[in-house]
Each structure stands twice: as C-alpha cells, then as structure tokens.
Design a binder for this molecule. Structure first.
Ligand code: AMP
Ligand code: MG
Length: 366
C-alpha cells in the first residue's frame, strides 16, 4: 500500500508539472519534429509530427490540437457542453438536437456497448457521478450507500435505450446519463489523426498519456510505445506500432480513492454498480482508437474469466491484461508484438487464445 501511495504521489506530480507546462499551448520545434501539447480529456495530449515542412506541420498540429480542445469541451462529462445539454434533455424526457459528429460517436458507443454485453456502458454516467468521479480531482471519504448504488443499477441505464434519428437523440429511460470517459479519448484521437491526414501529414503520433494513435512511422524505425507497469514505476513491455495502429490502456491506478483500506477505482461494473477490483490494467492494440479505448474499459470489467470472449465480440484481438495478484495475461496476437524494455519480457505471461466471436450477436450501429 505504501508503494501504491508513493506512486500516486509521483503521478500527481507528473500531472501537475504537465499542467504547468501547458498553461496555454506549447508549440516547440526540434529538428524535423513539430510538437503541440494540450491538456484535454484529463491528461496531457502530445501531437508530434515528423519530417514535414515546418510551416505545414505547425498548421496541421495547431488544427488537430484545436479540434481536440473542441471535442474535450463538447463531450465533457460534467462541465457545460453538448453532452451536458443532451443529458439534461434525457433527464427531462425531451429529444435533443446534436451535431453529426456527436451522433456518430454515440452510435458507435451504442454498438460497442451491445457487443460488450453491457460491460462497456457509457450510459452509466449517474453511477460514475455517484462514486464522485465527475470531478477534476479523485473523490475522498466514504463510498456511496449501497441503497443509492442499487437504485441506479435497478434503473437499468443502457445505451440500447438511446435512439438517434439523423441528428435527433432521445431516450425512453430518463435514468440514462451519458459519460463518454470510457472511449472519448480514442474517438477524439481518431478524429485528430484524420485531420492531420487530411492536411497531408504522413508521420505523426498522438499520445494521450500512453494512449496512442500513430500515423506512418517515426523515421526509418516505427513509433515504439511502452506499456506502464501498474505496480512499480516503469514499463512491463513495449510495442512497435505499425502505421495506423493504436494502443490504449485502462488502469484502475489512474483515478481512484481509498477508504478503509479498500481501493475504489473509476471503472465501474454496470451490473453491480461497484468499481472493478480484479484487473488493474488492460492494454488493447488495434487500428481504431475508439474501439481499443472502449474495449480496454470493457475488458477491465470482464475480468480474467470473460475477457477473451468479450474481446472477440468487440472485434479486438491483441490484449494484455494484468490482474491485482500480478498475473499477466496476453492473447497470442499481443504476445507476438511484445518487446522487452530492458533485459527481457516478464518471466511469466499466460497466453490465452480468443474464441471465435459468436456469429449470432448482431449489434447494429444505426
Ligand atoms: P478508461 O480509462 O478508458 O477505462 O475510462 C474510464 C472512464 O470511463 C471512467 O472514468 C468513467 O468516466 C467511464 N466508465 C467507468 N466505467 C465504465 C463502463 N463500465 N463502461 C463505460 N464507461 C465507463
Ligand atoms: Mg477506455
């Protein structure tokens, strides 16, 4: 526990240094590299563009950074914005007009919630708020009462109850409160990456505190990204990302509070209304930030027993999972991509194959 507290302090220090560094926007140029940094989605997001004309790279980086800032505002879970407006309309039983980009993200969220069997469930904003995670700083004090938790679970907030016709969204269930925290970062980095590509950028990385989308390569070598060790300050392994790949990690060490010797983390099991305990970290390698981000959250909930089936159903195959007892589990597709950081890979990694996805489950995006 003492080690965990110390680590939390280091994270807090790193985070606050990050905030100081980006009071406003930092744009730096190092040789053939242009960087832009923003503090959005609760983390420091760095865009690095390589090997382009400096002027073109600066413009593209600024545009992608501004887009991230807009999406951060529009989709924020507890500050005023488009999501707040939609949640207010849902609570009042009214339809709401939303923009096409937001509608598309919500449709994808609904499809992935269905594919995950309800383990990834962006409609549980009421529960996330009840646990105190709708704040810039982690909550303190006692957890909410079991009666309050049970009442929200019994109200069955589900993305399935959200209907989107064109750009009109409505929900039958007024208990539905949307929180895009489980996949907004991935959705936003996908859009920012596309904005860079539309400006002709070929080689770039968008790094949101270890959640990463890459375009092209670093130079002659690929972009190489470390996967953080959730127990000690360091990395468990690294992955060299191919052009267009993404790597997302969900961890219960990111946002949590402790009370009475128990840790309550920000990933909540929608079936029980309580935070996930068994899994401390899940990393997903793929080609869509939105999907990898959603899947990393879902697999944290699924746990050791169900993660493989859930991954297959959500359309991801490369997964690394670390349990609270220290067990490290990888799918064959992830195992093939892990590279040691330092001497060697961790000595024991349990390799678990994925089943075929169940063909009968149809989760339409429409
Ligand atoms: P991530 O770090 O991507 O796993 O996202 C965690 C965030 O997603 C939390 O801070 C909540 O805002 C939200 N969240 C928590 N539990 C879930 C869940 N079961 N499904 C979807 N989103 C969740
Ligand atoms: Mg996620």
């Amino acid at each position: 526990m003492r080690a965990l507290s110390a680590r939390r302090l280091v994270f807090a220090l790193v985070a606050s240094l990050g905030i100081l560094a980006v009071a406003g926007v930092r744009l730096a140029e190092t040789g053939t590299e242009v960087r832009e940094t923003r503090f959005v989605f609760g983390t420091l997001v760095e865009i690095v563009i390589r090997g382009e004309s400096a002027a073109a790279a600066r413009e593209a980086a600024a545009e992608a950074g501004a887009l991230l800032q807009t999406l951060h505002h529009d989709w924020h879970a507890w500050r005023p914005g488009h999501l707040g407006d939609l949640n207010a309309a849902i609570a009042a039983g009214r339809p709401a007009e939303i923009d096409a980009r937001f509608a598309e993200v919500l449709r994808e969220g609904r499809r992935l919630a269905c594919a995950s069997g309800g383990l990834f469930e962006p409609a549980i904003g009421g529960l996330v708020a009840l646990w105190g995670f709708h704040d810039d700083t982690p909550p303190e004090g006692a957890p909410p009462s079991s009666a309050a938790i049970d009442a929200l679970v019994a109200a069955e907030p589900r993305m399935a109850a959200l209907s989107i016709e064109g750009t009109t969204a409505r929900a039958e269930n007024t208990a539905l409160q949307l929180d895009l925290g489980g996949f907004a970062k991935g959705a936003a980095l996908d859009l920012a990456g596309r904005a860079l590509q539309a400006r002709g950028i070929e080689d770039a990385v968008l790094n949101a505190g270890g959640d990463v989308n890459v375009l092209g390569s670093h130079s002659a070598r690929p972009w190489r990204i470390a996967i953080r060790d959730p127990f000690v300050w360091g990395a468990v392994a690294a992955v060299s990302l191919r052009p267009g790949e993404v790597l997302y990690t969900s961890g219960n060490y990111e946002r949590y509070f402790e009370h009475g010797g128990t840790r309550f983390a920000h990933i909540i099991d929608p079936r029980t209304g309580y935070p996930v305990r068994e899994i401390v970290s899940v990393s997903v390698l793929g080609t869509s930030g939105l999907r990898a981000d959603a899947a990393a959250t879902a697999l944290s909930v699924a746990g050791r027993e169900h993660f493989a089936a859930t991954a297959a159903a959500m359309g991801v195959s490369a997964v690394l999972m670390i349990a609270e007892d220290g067990e490290i589990i990888a799918t064959p597709a992830m195992m093939a991509r892990l590279e040691p950081v330092g001497e060697a890979l961790p000595a024991e990694i349990t390799v678990t194959p994925l089943p075929e996805p169940a063909p009968s489950v149809a989760c339409a995006a429409g």
